[in-house]
Ligand binder design. Structure first.
Ligand SMILES: Cc1ncc(COP(=O)(O)O)c(C=O)c1O
Length: 481
């Protein structure tokens, strides 16, 4: 005879049947109904009173909960192996609500420096105003113990990371959180519950941009947080307070998407591996970032903790930004659009989308190498260069906007032997004299700029405070991802 556990439904089966009402009998619909009602009736004021006293779990108003949303929540909780889930209007609603459910003024959060740009900017631009301190650690978690203070409250990680596909050791991270009694939260968007299940390892909460693989068809913005009932109650309250509730129509599409998540992710992993191997051999590609490749720095770790390597990859083109732009502008079949996890293949430059509005130092910490980070400056100038000076040598071009709005660098990629030549000719001669002259002519009033040499290449260097002003104070308004 089979034991009870052998009869337990697997997560993919639960994704199809979980949370659904009994669908047997005559005339029963197979698919979930969309309860497109903002509000729900009560049969008496006595029932309403019980609800207000927390003694009755009735639906009252869709921001608080809705039968269609509940089906989505039960399916995703089952997939993640969690007690409960809360679906939200977006991934960012899930992330901010989960974090705010655990944090209050005076608390500190320790986070990987590499996260989705929106999460990073939330912690950079909003949390300090709420009295929440953010401390960052690399994806290897080196030195994380040094970041702990008596005020540390939350450990927040994302793995694999957007967009550099670095992998964080999820066992090590949760052990650290437990040791220091931190609330552990992980963004599982890139891996999906098909490839890793952090709740089983002891994470308190998992968050997703359900816009991506969970929904899987690029037709909704959605999010979800999962965890135990206690944490989900707190997240739900944040959603009720802040208003990031999901629409029932979106919940229906999320439910439909979740049913095929398993097969889609499997195929996406296969396809991504094939593309990664192809690109790795391509003469125009400098480097491929895909954890499934042996050449990836976190390949062994990914093998250890993931059941597949995911449907996302990144790669650096030889020839820098111009080459990358040419590729994106000319690529066929792949669509030039932000997001991931849908059935279409998409291509994007992260510095134009998820990682806009970040300084060189921030990008460097987020895993962009210096040469790649520099390309951002070129992008900041996009369409915004009215009058500019080009100082060229051996394909190296510096663009200075003449009216002082922004400074940028483009096409800084060159080889080692060119370095010497450029250093002699450009930095010593053109660099110091021309740049100084333009500065004096008011190219960028008050900004101190100069050519600097770092590592493999050159860049246009700014004083720290100037760089902040340049990158934050003067980003073109259309520059949103
Ligand atoms: C890893 C990751 N987390 C969170 C988000 C934010 O999700 P949403 O756009 O649904 O708010 C994104 C969006 O790209 C993401 O890539």
């Amino acid at each position: 005879m089979k034991s009870k556990s052998q009869h337990k439904l697997g997560p993919q089966t639960q994704a199809i049947h979980g949370g659904e009402p009994n669908r047997r009998g005559v005339n029963g619909p197979i698919v979930t109904e969309i309860i497109r009602s903002s509000t729900f009736t009560f049969s008496s004021t006595e029932e309403m009173k019980l609800w207000a006293e927390g003694k009755n779990k009735a639906y009252i108003y869709t921001r608080y909960g809705n039968p269609t949303l509940s089906v989505a929540e039960k399916k995703i909780a089952a997939l993640e192996g969690a007690e409960a889930a809360v679906v939200t209007a977006s991934g960012m609603a899930a992330i901010s609500s989960a974090l705010l459910a655990a944090l209050r003024a005076g608390d500190e959060v320790i986070t990987t420096a590499q996260t989705y740009g929106g999460t990073y900017r939330l912690m950079r631009d909003v949390f300090p105003n709420m009295g929440i301190t953010v401390r960052q650690v690399g994806t290897d978690l080196a030195g994380i113990e040094d970041l702990v203070t008596p005020r540390s409250k939350v450990l927040y990680i994302e793995t694999p990371t957007n967009p550099t596909l670095r992998v964080v050791d999820i066992h090590k991270a949760v052990a650290f959180a437990k040791k220091h009694k931190l609330v552990s939260i992980i963004d599982n968007t890139f891996a999906t519950p098909v490839l890793q299940n952090p709740i089983a390892l002891g994470y308190d909460m998992v968050v997703h941009s359900a816009t991506k693989a969970l929904a899987g068809h690029s037709d909704i913005i959605a999010g979800v947080a999962v965890g135990n009932s206690n944490w989900m109650e707190r997240v739900r309250h944040m959603i009720i307070y802040l208003g990031g509730s999901m629409d029932p129509g979106a919940a229906y599409l999320l439910i439909r998407g979740v049913k095929t998540l398993g097969v889609r992710v499997e195929r996406q992993c296969e396809n991504a591996m094939a593309v990664a191997k192809f690109l790795e051999k391509h003469p125009k590609v400098e480097r491929v970032h895909y954890p499934g490749l042996k050449s990836h720095e976190d390949h062994k770790l990914a093998r250890k903790q993931m059941r597949g390597f995911g449907g996302m990859l990144a790669f650096d083109m030889k020839g820098g930004l111009p080459a990358a732009r040419r590729f994106c502008d000319r690529v066929r079949l792949f669509l030039l659009a932000a997001s991931l996890g849908g059935v279409e293949s998409l291509v994007i430059l992260p510095i134009y989308s998820s990682h806009y509005n970040m300084t060189i130092e921030e990008l460097r910490r987020a895993g962009f190498q210096f040469m790649r980070a520099l390309r951002v400056l070129g992008i900041i100038m996009r369409g915004n260069v009215e009058r500019y000076v080009v100082l060229g040598a051996n394909g190296l071009q510096f663009f200075l906007q003449a009216d002082g709005d922004a400074l940028g660098v483009q096409n800084v990629g060159f080889r080692k032997n060119q370095c010497k030549r450029v250093r002699r000719k450009t930095v010593d001669r053109i660099g110091r004299t021309q740049l100084a002259r333009h500065r004096l002519r008011g190219v960028a009033p008050g900004f101190r700029a100069g050519v600097i040499l770092r590592g493999r290449g050159y860049g246009l260097g700014f004083h720290e405070q100037d760089r902040e002003r340049l990158l934050h104070g003067h980003s073109p308004p259309e520059f949103h991802g």
